[in-house]
Design a protein around this ligand. Structure first.
Ligand code: ATP
Ligand code: MG
Length: 413
């Protein structure tokens, strides 16, 4: 990697989208600029469908590792830059192959492109001019123009010629926030952080809402969600997290003799409150970490009855994924170790022995209608939400944290 003078960033599928393209590319550039900021010598060059990061001595490997995570980048190539002169191009190509150190029998091809039309040799001619000395110097190599094991790319421009071969896959997707905003229900579990990342990768700006039932759930449980949001903010720059006190709503379901509907009622209440917050914040959809069949509340009949509590589109990015795939993603994005910390979620409280897998919508609606001042309670919970803006390296804390600590202390005495 030390040979690289530049990193070439290619864009993903969004390049297909005609009129949005400029907006997408601008967002992309802004995001890359943000990542490159701590490396003052690095310079960005924007070109149609690509961004080049000129390293000027900044560490290629470190920047590469950060940039493969930027949404909208489909692949990255470390590039050697030389003067656009035949001898220098051949020389650099030889050194390139030396580094690749191919096994005997390896097939390759040279793929040259003359962008600068005044360069004296055409693209086809350059393919021959560059591969001949390579074949001579490396007897182990042979040419295969159709399915080579590696391709040496040479791009000749007026200022410089670029030589590269590695095509390192990056995360892909759409640039951050280019497909609008959604409100994600973030628990402390494994799934919802992965759903958040998947949504962001699809170009959604994500705000998170978390429901906590203090003092039935601990301060640590809530802090864990703040910490999860911090991991997510590495991908987004910042994450707005709304913390909703859910105790009052939850206790309104106690003692009504509908224990097996408890989870259904709770989930519907969460969706209602999340809808209020989404409307307030201008989010056009809700997102959850639900996955079909995973637990009683995620059977199709349950999803049907729960989903009807909101009129907003309810996105479930993980709905068809296996748990093993979700766990794998959680490990890759860095949320897994936090997610498995053993703190109570408000939904595991008052959990009935046998939650229904097949709730009846009419019964559920009747039960809700009979709850005293239910709509007011939901509205109050939404209004009492505390918002924290979480950033990757910050130490932001919810404004009421001191109050929570005080309450704990009072409990002790
Ligand atoms: P997760 O791993 O995300 O907790 P799960 O498989 O454990 O998911 P549930 O706990 O039943 O499933 O929750 C289903 C979804 O409901 C979660 O993915 C999340 O989007 C939402 N949710 C559950 N509990 C909370 C909470 N306390 N605050 C906000 N959202 C929640
Ligand atoms: Mg959970």
């Amino acid at each position: 990697m030390e040979y690289a003078d530049m990193l070439l960033l290619r864009f993903g599928e969004f390049t297909l989208k005609g009129k949005n393209r400029t907006r997408f590319e601008k967002t992309m550039l802004r995001h890359v600029r943000e990542i490159v900021k701590p490396y003052p010598k690095a310079r960005l060059l924007k070109e149609y469908g690509r961004i080049y990061v000129e390293l000027n001595g900044e560490p290629a490997q470190e920047l590469l590792e950060a940039l493969v995570k930027v949404f909208g980048i489909s692949s990255i190539s470390p590039v050697k830059a030389v003067r656009p002169v035949l001898e220098e191009i051949i020389d650099a190509s030889l050194r390139f192959i030396e580094m690749v150190n191919p096994e005997p029998g390896t097939t390759f091809k040279v793929n040259a492109r003359r962008v600068w039309k005044d360069f004296p040799h055409g693209s086809q001619e350059m393919n021959r001019l560059v591969s001949a000395p390579l074949l001579k110097a490396f007897q182990a190599l042979s040419v295969d123009v159709r399915t080579p094991e590696f391709e040496l790319r040479v791009e000749i421009r007026e200022q410089q010629a670029y030589i590269f071969c590695e095509n390192i896959p990056a995360v892909g997707g759409f640039p951050l926030g280019t497909n609008g905003k959604a409100m994600l229900l973030l628990s402390g579990g494994i799934d919802s952080p992965v759903a958040a990342w998947s949504s962001m990768r699809r170009g959604l700006e994500v705000e998170c809402v978390h429901f906590f039932s203090y003092p039935y759930t601990s301060r640590e449980a809530r802090q864990k969600v703040v910490d999860l949001a911090r991991v997510l903010s590495r991908y987004a720059g910042k994450i707005r997290l709304h913390l909703v006190p859910f105790t009052e709503v939850q206790t309104s379901f106690a003692g009504i003799g509908q224990d097996n509907l408890m989870v259904t009622l709770m989930r519907r209440a969460m969706l209602r409150i999340a809808t209020t917050l989404a409307e307030r914040e201008g989010a056009l959809a809700l997102v959850t970490g639900e996955s079909l069949g995973q637990v009683a509340s995620q059977t199709l009949p349950s999803m049907n009855v729960i989903g009807r509590a909101t009129e907003l589109p309810l996105l479930r990015p993980l709905v068809m994924m296996d748990k093993a795939e979700i766990v794998d993603l959680a490990q890759q994005i860095g949320t897994y170790d936090l997610s498995i910390l053993p703190y109570e979620d408000c939904c595991t409280l008052f959990l009935p022995k046998s939650p229904t897998t097949n709730p009846n919508l009419h019964v559920v609606e009747k039960v809700e209608a009979a709850l005293p001042d239910y709509a007011d309670r939901l509205a109050e919970a939404a209004a009492a939400a505390i918002t924290v803006e979480v950033t990757p390296h910050g130490d932001e804390r919810p404004a009421d944290e001191a109050d929570l600590i005080l309450t704990v202390k009072e409990d002790w005495f």
